[in-house]
Design a protein around this ligand. Structure first.
Ligand code: FAD
Length: 399
C-alpha cells in the first residue's frame, strides 16, 4: 500500500513548525542575514517550543520523532530562514553519530542534556584540506593509556563557537584511509579544544561556521563511538539518516521562493497586464511547482526508508541531489520573476538565492551524491530484466 497522507499528529507538528517560522523566523530573517549574528533568541524559542533535537528518543528525554517528522518540520522552518534552520538542525546532525553508534552510557550522558537545557552539539568531520573525501581525514588520534589524544584542525563547523559538545572524526593512520577512522564525543571545555572566529559567508548568514583546533586533546577512552576503525561507517550512516532532511530544507526554501514569486505576479504589471496573465510566467510557476512536488515526494520516500529500514543511503542521495538542484533553479527563476527587485534586499529573493547554494555543497556535494548513485546503478542496483532479452531479432508475431 502507498499512502501519502499524514497522521493528525504529524499535521499538528507541521502546523506548529509553520507557525513558528511565520512568527519567529521570517520577521527577523533580514536582520540576522545582514548582521551575521547568531540568532540565539530565535533558537532558544525553538528549543522552548520543543522543535529542536526532534530525533532524540523518548528514553533519553526527547520527543522521539522519526526522520519523516523531522523532515516535515525542517521544510517549514527552511521556508522561514535557511540559516536559522541550519543552526537549529545541526544539533540533530551532531547527535546522530551518538544515536547510530553510542553505548547506553554515552546516550545517557550526552543526549538528555540537549533536551533539558539549550545546549549545542556540532558535527566536526570536514577539515581545511578535506571535505568530500571523508576517508582522507588528517586529524590524528593515538591511544595513550586510558585516553585518546587528538591533534588536528576541523573547518566549516556549524555552531562551533557555541558548541558544548562535538562529534569528532579522526584517523589512527591517514595512510590506511577509511579503515583507520574513529569517531569521538569531545566536550568543548576539554583542554586543547579551541574554536576560530566565524567565517564570513555568502548565505546562511544566520548560521555561524568556524574552525575547531584540537591540540593534544585528551579524550577518555569511554568517549569513542563504537570501536577503533568504525568512524567511516558511522559518518556514512549519519549522512544516510540526515540527508533526507537536507532535501526537505531545499523543498522548504523552494516553496517559499515560489510563493513570493506567485504573490509578486499578482501585483506587478507590465505591458498593461499583471505578470500572472503572461503564459511565459505561468510556465515558470508550473516548473517551480513540479520541482517542489517532486522534491517533497523524494524526501518523503527517503525519510520513510530511513524510518522503516534504517538504511536510506540511496533514496537519501536521490532526494538530496534532486531537491537541492531544484531549489537552486526555483530560487533563480523566482528571482527572475521579480526582475530588478529580485536583485536587491528589499525583497527576500536575493537571500533565498544565496541560501539555496549551500544545499548543493554541505552534507555531501551534488557531485558526491551522483558518485554514490552511479556506483549504485552499476554495482548495487537489482535490474528488473534479469536476462536482457535479445533486441530486434524477431519479425512480426503470428499470435
Ligand atoms: C556553510 C557551511 C557549513 C558547513 N557545516 C559543516 C559542519 O557542520 N560539519 C562538517 O563536518 N562540515 C561542514 N561543512 C563542510 C561541507 O560538508 C564541505 O564543504 C563539503 O563536504 C565539500 O567539501 P569541500 O568544501 O572540502 O570541497 P571538496 O571536497 O574539495 O570538493 C571541491 C569540488 O570538487 C568536487 N569533487 C570532489 N570529489 C569529487 C569526485 N570524486 N568526483 C567529482 N567531483 C568531486 C566537489 O563536489 C566540489 O564541487 C560546511 C560547509 C559550509 C560551506
Amino acid at each position: 500500500m502507498v499512502d501519502f497522507s499524514l497522521t493528525d499528529e504529524q499535521i499538528e507538528l507541521q502546523k506548529k513548525a509553520r507557525d513558528f517560522a511565520q512568527e519567529y523566523m521570517i520577521p527577523y530573517a533580514h536582520h540576522y542575514d545582514k548582521t551575521g549574528d547568531f540568532p540565539l533568541p530565535i533558537i532558544r524559542k525553538c528549543w522552548e517550543q520543543g522543535l529542536m533535537n526532534l530525533g532524540i528518543p523518548k528514553d533519553y528525554g526527547g520527543p522521539g520523532w522519526g526522520a519523516l517528522e523531522q523532515c516535515l518540520v525542517v521544510e517549514e522552518m527552511a521556508a522561514g530562514c535557511a540559516g536559522m534552520t541550519t543552526s537549529i538542525y545541526v544539533n540533530s546532525l551532531g547527535a546522530e553519530p551518538i544515536l547510530v553508534a553510542g553505548s547506553d552510557e554515552q546516550k545517557e550522558k550526552y543526549l538528555p542534556p540537549l533536551v533539558e537545557d539549550l545546549k549545542f552539539i556540532s558535527f566536526a568531520c570536514s577539515e581545511p584540506y578535506m571535505g568530500s573525501d571523508v576517508a582522507g581525514i588528517r586529524t590524528r588520534v593515538k591511544k595513550e593509556g586510558s585516553n585518546y589524544v587528538l591533534n588536528g584542525s576541523k573547518f566549516w563547523i556549524t555552531n562551533a563557537p557555541y558548541a558544548d559538545y562535538f562529534t569528532v572524526f579522526a584517523s589512527l593512520d591517514p595512510s590506511k584511509r577509511h579503515k583507520a577512522l574513529c569517531a569521538f564525543i569531545v566536550e568543548a571545555d576539554m583542554p586543547g579544544v579551541k574554536t576560530g572566529p566565524p567565517v564570513e559567508k555568502m548565505g546562511h548568514r544566520a548560521s555561524v561556521t568556524s574552525s575547531v583546533i584540537l591540540r593534544d586533546v585528551k579524550v577518555p577512552e569511554e568517549n569513542i563511538l563504537g570501536s577503533e576503525g568504525m568512524g567511516f561507517l558511522i559518518a556514512m550512516q549519519t549522512f544516510a539518516m540526515t540527508r533526507p532532511a537536507i532535501a526537505a530544507f531545499a523543498t522548504g526554501l523552494a516553496r517559499a521562493a515560489m510563493e513570493y514569486a506567485r504573490e509578486y505576479t499578482e501585483k506587478r504589471e507590465a505591458f498593461t497586464k499583471k505578470l500572472r496573465e503572461f503564459q511565459a510566467i505561468q510556465f515558470k510557476l508550473a516548473e517551480m511547482y513540479m520541482k517542489i512536488e517532486a522534491s517533497r515526494a523524494l524526501y518523503l520516500k527517503a525519510a520513510w526508508t530511513a524510518d522503516t529500514t534504517g538504511d536510506s543511503t540511496v533514496p537519501a542521495s536521490v532526494a538530496k541531489a534532486y531537491a537541492t538542484d531544484a531549489a537552486m533553479e526555483v530560487a533563480s527563476e523566482a528571482l527572475q520573476i521579480h526582475g530588478g527587485y529580485g536583485y536587491i534586499d528589499q525583497y527576500p529573493l536575493e537571500k533565498l538565492f544565496r541560501d539555496a547554494k549551500l544545499y548543493q555543497i554541505y552534507e555531501g556535494t551534488s557531485e558526491i551524491q551522483r558518485l554514490i548513485l552511479g556506483r549504485h546503478v552499476l554495482d548495487g542496483y537489482d535490474p528488473a530484466m534479469e536476462d536482457i532479452p535479445k533486441w530486434g531479432l524477431k519479425d512480426a508475431p503470428d499470435f
